[in-house]
Design a protein around this ligand. Structure first.
Ligand code: PLP
Length: 384
């Protein structure tokens, strides 16, 4: 059985194997999924029926390679950009491979945050890039390390999740964004700004996107996964006019066009003015969950343990001190009634033993508190 993710059929096995009673249910800090109760299933069904009736002959037919035009236009209006600069795709994940394929040549270097979103690391590696992890501090990457790495080799791309990063929850400060934008301009590398959590701010003020600071060198990626429904697989990329035609052509040659059916449903939902109220509802649902996990960490963690204090998003990260045997802890956390994703995948060198990613949005505060208590007990147990 995987210790990272429990599937429902594995669950009973887990209970038997560990001789646990049902009241000892393991607490799953595994995937960063939206809460199921947050999916507006009935409204989306209505939107589907309505768009199928109105636009069925368009969205069930082959269409344009850049995606369903009314949704592209809606996105362009939201972001105050031209429709030619908007490319819709089957989720934002897909754009990692598009960026890698379109922009990277053999032997190119890609900078990423260290730790970073594991699937982005994989996508860049698969494309043959030399991936360089730049240590992530609590306000963005370590600038001295960034500039040292730049002096060694100018990357082709810098991939960043600047708002409520996966896996740490860290938001990059405006000061660091401006400095990185200056460096991008001076050295000519692109910034891939992956922003799926940006709208999910529960406290504090929004920080200006790279896209606003240096639009000519940013490929901005976002999707409807975290703010509406991940099952739809509708994402989009906004980029400079100089390079977007290549991406549009890439889309056509990859799959003719992305799925117009789900794009139509998303469009109908947005056209009705429902997206912003839904995001507001999500903020109200997730805010107490973030406050709850931070309070539980303050209350139960041993004093030598450190963690991030995000103001939004899906994740809080815990950093274990060297006095804790992190490898043994991660391997055996299930014995304490907790399951987490292994920390190693988030690090370019797979050294994630001292790192725990804790997604909090799917759980109510009582469950999170119990989970944190169990993790704290495990940390005490594995302190050398
Ligand atoms: C930083 C980041 N980028 C991209 C994705 C993938 O999103 P999508 O569902 O749009 O493919 C995720 C999903 O968790 C994510 O955390």
């Amino acid at each position: 059985m995987s210790s990272a993710i429990i599937h429902s059929s594995d669950y009973i096995f887990f209970i038997e194997e560990h001789n646990m009673s049902m009241s000892d249910n393991p607490i799953l800090f595994t995937r960063g999924n939206p809460a199921v109760e947050a999916l507006p299933v009935d409204t989306l069904s209505e939107c589907a029926a309505s768009i199928f009736a109105k636009e069925g002959k368009v969205i069930f037919q082959y269409g344009h390679y850049s995606g369903y035009k009314p949704l592209r236009q809606w996105i362009a209006d939201q972001y105050n950009t031209t429709v030619e600069q908007v490319l819709i795709g089957n989720s934002s994940m897909e754009f990692f491979t598009f960026c890698a394929s379109v922009l990277l040549n053999d032997g190119d270097t890609v900078f990423l945050e260290y730790p970073s979103y594991d699937r982005a690391v994989t996508a860049m590696r698969r494309a043959g890039a030399d991936v360089v992890g730049i240590p992530l501090e609590k306000d963005g990457v370590d600038m001295a390390a960034f500039e040292e790495a730049l002096a060694r080799k100018v990357p082709r791309l810098f991939y960043t999740v600047a708002d409520f990063q996966n896996p740490t929850g860290v938001t990059t400060s405006l000061e660091k964004r401006k400095r990185i934008a200056e460096l991008a301009e001076k050295h000519g590398f692109y910034i891939i700004e992956d922003a799926p959590y940006k709208a999910l701010r529960y406290h504090g003020e929004d920080v200006t996107a790279y896209k606003e600071i240096i639009p000519e060198q940013v490929l901005y990626i976002n999707s409807f996964s975290k703010v509406l429904s991940p099952g739809m697989r509708v994402g989009f990329m906004i980029g400079p006019e100089s390079i977007m035609p290549t991406f549009h052509k890439w889309s056509e040659d990859t799959y003719i066009h992305p799925s117009l059916v789900t794009e139509g449903i998303v469009y109908e939902y947005c056209r009705r003015g429902l997206l912003e109220p839904n995001i507001e509802k999500l903020r109200d649902l997730y805010r107490p969950r973030l406050d709850g996990i931070l309070k539980a960490l303050d209350t139960h963690m041993p004093s030598n343990v450190d963690w991030t204090r995000p103001e939004g998003g899906f994740f809080v990260a815990v950093y274990l001190p060297d006095t804790v045997d992190g490898k043994a802890l991660q391997e055996n956390l299930k014995d304490f009634g907790v399951v987490i994703a292994s920390g190693n995948g988030f690090f370019t060198d797979r050294k994630g033993d001292q790192f725990l990613r804790l997604p909090f949005c799917q759980m109510d505060p009582a469950e999170v508190e119990e989970g944190i208590k169990r993790i704290a007990a495990a940390i005490r147990h594995y302190t050398r």
